[in-house]
Unconditional design. Structure first.
Length: 255
C-alpha cells in the first residue's frame, strides 16, 4: 500500500489545474463487448480489446486475437461523427505478450467564420486519434504487469493541431481462474493534455454448471484531472458453451 501511495503522489505532481479535456476521444469506451458489460473491462481477458482496457491482462489470454469496431457517434445530432477502433494482442511466449490499438474519431468537416460570424473560404476536416503500443510481462502464475506508450493528436482548427504523448501502467491478478483483479493508471503525462484516470476492478465467476457460466464484473474509475469525478461500472456475462467448449451463446447485461 505504501508503494501505491507513493506512485499516486508522483502522478499527482505531474497534474496541472486544467479542467477542460481536449481529447474527448478518450471518454469513449471502444468495442461492443465493453458496451455490453457497462465498460467494466479492467479485469476481463477474453478479447484483444484488453490492449486498451488493461494490457497486463493480455498475458492471461489463451490465444492471439484481433478485434475492431465502427460506431456512429450521436447519429441523432449529425451524420459525420464516427468512431473507429482496432486492437490486437500477440503472445510471444508464456511470459511476454505484445499488443496495440488505434482509435480514430472523425469530427467532420468544419466551416470557417470570421469574428462577425460570417462564412469564410476556409474549411478543414476535424479529427482526433490515439495510437498505442503495449507489452505485458507475466512474472508469476497469477500476476502480470503491463506498460503502454501512446500518442494523441487532435485537429480541431485549421492549424496543424495538438500532439501529445503519455504512458499507462497496469497490473493484473488471476486467482484459480475464478477471481480476476485489475488495476491501471492511464494517461500519465507532464503536458496536462489528457485525463489521467486510476481504475480498479474485479471479475468474479459466480456460477458454473456444465456448459453454463455466469461472471459478474465491477469497476471504479477515479479521474485525477479535469472533472475529478468517481465513476462506478458493473456488468454481468452469461455464456453457454457447446461441445469441446465452443462458445455458441453469450449474453451481457449492464446496469
Amino acid at each position: 500500500m505504501k508503494n501505491i501511495f507513493i506512485l499516486i503522489v508522483l502522478i499527482n505532481s505531474l497534474l496541472g489545474d486544467h479542467k477542460a479535456n481536449p481529447f474527448n476521444v478518450l471518454d469513449i469506451s471502444p468495442g461492443a463487448i465493453s458496451q455490453g458489460l457497462g465498460e467494466a473491462m479492467i479485469a476481463y481477458t477474453e478479447t484483444a480489446d484488453m490492449s486498451y482496457f488493461n494490457p497486463a491482462a493480455m498475458s492471461f489470454s489463451n490465444k492471439n486475437r484481433i478485434s475492431g469496431s465502427h460506431m456512429k457517434w450521436k447519429p441523432n445530432l449529425t451524420w459525420d461523427l464516427y468512431h473507429e477502433f482496432i486492437a490486437f494482442n500477440y503472445k510471444i511466449n508464456d511470459k511476454y505478450t505484445i499488443g496495440g490499438n488505434f482509435i480514430y474519431f472523425n469530427i467532420g468537416e468544419q466551416i470557417g467564420r470570421d469574428e462577425q460570424g460570417r462564412l469564410t473560404n476556409n474549411s478543414w476536416h476535424a479529427y482526433q486519434y490515439v495510437f498505442s503500443i503495449n507489452a505485458s510481462y507475466k512474472f508469476s502464475n497469477s500476476s502480470s504487469f503491463g506498460l503502454t506508450a501512446k500518442t494523441f493528436k487532435e485537429k480541431m482548427t485549421i492549424d496543424d493541431g495538438i500532439v501529445s504523448q503519455a504512458i499507462d501502467i497496469s497490473y493484473f491478478i488471476q486467482k484459480n481462474n475464478n477471481l480476476n483483479t485489475g488495476f491501471k493508471i492511464a494517461n500519465i503525462s507532464s503536458d496536462h493534455s489528457a485525463p489521467t484516470i486510476i481504475s480498479w476492478g474485479l471479475l468474479k465467476k459466480v456460477y458454473q454448471n456444465g456448459q453454463n457460466t455466469i461472471k459478474a464484473l465491477s469497476q471504479i474509475d477515479k479521474h485525477l484531472r479535469f472533472n475529478e469525478e468517481i465513476i462506478y461500472k458493473v456488468g454481468i456475462e452469461y455464456k453457454y458453451s457447446g461441445f469441446s467448449g465452443f462458445k455458441i451463446l453469450k449474453i451481457q447485461f449492464i446496469y
